[in-house]
Design a protein around this ligand. Structure first.
Ligand SMILES: CC(C)(COP(=O)(O)OP(=O)(O)OC[C@H]1O[C@@H](n2cnc3c(N)ncnc32)[C@H](O)[C@@H]1OP(=O)(O)O)[C@@H](O)C(=O)NCCC(=O)NCCS
Length: 161
């Protein structure tokens, strides 16, 4: 636990900038490539500006990101928003960066007055399902063959206070 806290002292989160796209693409390829061409899909979401993207940095090096779908201004306040992705550098798993990104992204949702956040995650992705459960997400629908490479997805949601 102490080791985890020492690490986390060195982690910061900021809004991602256009120059972060290469890192986001690279991490997406490494952690989501098994589900389909997500390096392209996620990079496209990032560049298009449909999402608020947060970047986690450890000693100024990027170590993860989270992406929340942002709705058009005329729809404001957004009632429902999708957590499009959350990912941490594999060498830095299990030290609390996913926790930090989840807390920050839920704070953004609250600031945007989002009433409900939903997400898709692979049924087989137990670490992600545990993370989402820890933050109060509940499963509500199974989508078979949802991912380009054929895996099933679970849809989960959380109401924002
Ligand atoms: C899911 C992911 C973001 C978790 O990031 P992380 O930095 O390792 O997570 P943390 O160390 O902050 O752990 C937070 C919680 O996640 C859950 N968790 C993370 N890894 C887990 C594992 N291997 N087994 C079970 N639960 C796990 C736990 O609930 C944990 O809380 P706890 O430490 O109190 O038990 C990371 O595994 C990842 O990037 N995976 C690949 C991308 C992905 O699948 N993203 C989710 C779908 S969009």
């Amino acid at each position: 636990m102490q080791k985890r806290l020492d690490y986390m002292d060195r982690v910061a989160v900021r809004a991602a900038r256009p120059a972060d796209v290469d890192y986001i693409r690279s991490l997406a390829k490494r952690v989501f490539g098994q589900y389909g061409p997500y390096e392209n899909i996620i990079a496209r979401w990032f560049v298009s500006g449909i999402a608020v993207t947060l970047l986690a940095l450890m000693e100024k090096q990027p170590v993860g990101f989270a992406m929340l779908c942002r709705f058009e201004r005329e729809w404001y306040p957004p009632v429902v928003s999708e957590l499009l992705a959350i990912a941490v550098e594999p060498a830095k798993w299990r030290i609390g960066i996913g926790d930090l990104l989840m807390r920050e992204v839920l704070t953004v949702a609250e600031e945007l007055k989002v009433a409900r956040v939903f997400l898709h995650t692979a049924v087989e992705n137990l670490p992600a399902r545990e993370l989402f459960k820890k933050y109060g997400f509940a499963a509500f629908e199974l989508k078979e063959n949802f991912y380009p490479k054929g895996q099933d997805a679970l849809m989960m949601y959380k109401n924002i206070a």
